[in-house]
Ligand binder design. Structure first.
Ligand code: FES
Ligand code: FES
Length: 172
C-alpha cells in the first residue's frame, strides 16, 4: 500500500514551462519526464548511468536522469531534447545530425544531442578531439561515432556563422 508520506509535491520548470507535480519519493527524474510529462525523447537505456541515453540538462549541466530522483528537481530547471527545436525549426545540432547521418536507429541520439549542446555552449569551436572527449560518456551501438563527430563539427560551424551574420540584438 502506498504511504501518503511517500508522495511529494514538487515544482519544476521543464523546457521553460513550469510544472506542479505529485511524485513518489523513489521515482526517478527519467520516469517523471518520460511517463508523467510524456517527454518520450529522453530514452531509458541501461538505468545505471552508463549509456547516456537519458541525458538531460539540469540547471544547464548535463546529468543522467536515470540516476536522479524526481524530487531532486524541485525548484530547478530541466531541459530535454524536446526543448531544442523552436517554432518548428530544428536546432542546428538536430539539422546537422540529420544531414551528416549522425544517427541510425536514433535511440542514443537525444543523449548525444544534449551532451553536444552543452559542449557547444561552453566551447563553440571544439576540435575533433574535444568533441570525442565530450561525447565519450555516451554510447552508440550503430554509427561508429565518426558521423556523430562530423555532425557536431558541422553544427558548430553553422552556429558560428549564424552568430557572425545575425543582426545585433538577435538572441543567440
Ligand atoms: S539510461 Fe541513464 S545512463 Fe543509461
Ligand atoms: S544510432 Fe543506434 S544506438 Fe546510436
Amino acid at each position: 500500500m502506498q504511504d501518503q508520506d511517500d508522495i511529494i509535491l514538487i515544482h519544476v520548470t521543464v523546457n521553460g514551462t513550469p510544472h506542479r507535480l505529485l511524485v513518489e519519493s523513489r521515482r526517478t527524474l527519467l520516469d517523471m519526464l518520460h511517463d508523467d510529462l510524456g517527454l518520450t525523447g529522453t530514452h531509458t537505456g541501461c538505468e545505471h548511468g552508463n549509456c547516456g541515453a537519458c541525458t538531460i540538462l539540469f540547471d544547464g549541466q548535463t546529468v543522467r536522469s536515470c540516476l536522479m530522483f524526481a524530487v531532486q528537481a524541485n525548484s530547478h530547471e530541466v531541459m530535454t531534447v524536446e526543448g531544442l527545436a523552436h517554432g518548428g525549426q530544428m536546432h542546428p545540432l538536430q539539422q546537422a545530425f540529420w544531414e551528416q547521418q549522425g544517427l541510425q536507429c536514433g535511440f542514443c541520439t537525444p543523449g548525444f544531442l544534449m551532451t553536444a549542446y552543452e559542449l557547444l555552449k561552453k566551447n563553440p569551436t571544439p576540435s575533433d578531439e574535444e568533441i570525442r572527449t565530450a561525447l565519450s560518456g555516451n554510447i552508440c551501438r550503430c554509427t561508429g561515432y565518426q558521423h556523430i563527430v562530423d555532425a557536431v563539427r558541422a553544427a558548430a560551424q553553422t552556429m558560428a556563422s549564424a552568430s557572425v551574420t545575425a543582426p545585433s540584438g538577435t538572441p543567440a
